[in-house]
Write a protein that binds this ligand. Sequence first.
Ligand code: PMP
Ligand code: GLN
Length: 379
Amino acid sequence: MKSRLPNVGTTIFTVMSALATERGAVNLGQGFPDFDPDPLLLDAVNGAMRAGYNQYAPLNGWPALRQAVSDKVHALYGRRYDPNTEVMITAGATQAIMTAVFALVHPGDEVIVIEPVYDSYIPSIELAGARAVPVPMTNQYRVDWNRVAAAVTPKTRAIMVNSPHNPSGMILRDADMLALQDIVLKHGLLVISDEVYEHMVFDGEPHQSASKYPGLADRSIVVSSFGKTFHVTGWKVGSVVAPKEIMAEFRKVHQFNVFVTNSVMQAGLASYMQDPQRYLQLPTFYQRKRDFFRAGLARTPFKLYPCEGTFFQLVDYSAVSDKTELEFSKWLTTEIGVAAIPLSAFYQTAVENKTVRFCFAKKEETLTRALERLSRLAA
Ligand code: PMP
Ligand code: GLN
């Protein structure tokens, strides 16, 4: 069979979760919480189901949820997106990203991505018949905007950015956004800004959304995920905001990609979002977990990278092993009983940094169990 994606296998997240289950390992690999969402959210969805939200939702999503998204973005980032023409509800961020790429990118175009890069971006670009141009981050996992600028060619159509960044935990700051805005305006590029971890930014730092910067917002599709924000990754509901002309193109692809997204979940989320505290409390909630996990890891031979946002922690294991990242992740899962994700999975070309990613979106008891096992590692 002639494959459209000859270099793609099963995603590393699926592979490592399956291995963790098979070996009874503590799963700090794939990024998902192991705790339940707020019972009030479950009640809201149950209520929506009983109230009859069981047929197709409108194409763009239920108006109440679009209004809630528009109000949130306005309150936090200052830009008002018209809930009727500039907000859409999607089947999670993965669908939103692929739909955005299909809507904006033409065959033969180039799209700049920042490496390490979330695994769905490059396949989405390639399926659209375009070419991904990876630009490596620095050793400390910051974006080198000079390198990004140097990667722009006459064929460049768009740049994909992700902040807070999976897997590195880096956040883009004001100076980064201004540098991105300069490049985008100078060359007339579009931006797909993946902000699924927007409510997980620590140490009092603000989240710098592309929607906050007028020059960027005019040319960006901003992607969010309710799964991350409300601890319901399995529900697969997300949202996008973009200026009207861009959203009109997104909508054309969306209607033949998923048509509409899950009605009941949308209706439940719309009523639950009426209280902004439900997402505003997230930085404190996850910062506590980050600090607890990092304090435990400090007693292992791992070297820790900074974690400014997301629910991921990168560690350098070079004091422990010479194995490749994939071998080490498998060994850690099977022999030590803790699953991790190799950083190499986030590169198009094989790059080895002796670094793996742990997810700390877990109950304290789960993190404690993982840390007990990791404390057996000897340098
Ligand atoms: N982008 C990033 C950076 C992610 O980490 C994830 C994963 N969870 C997604 C997109 C996809 O999110 P969703 O589950 O809403 O499709
Ligand atoms: N985004 C999650 C992660 O980085 C996993 C989602 C998936 O399995 N595709 O771990």
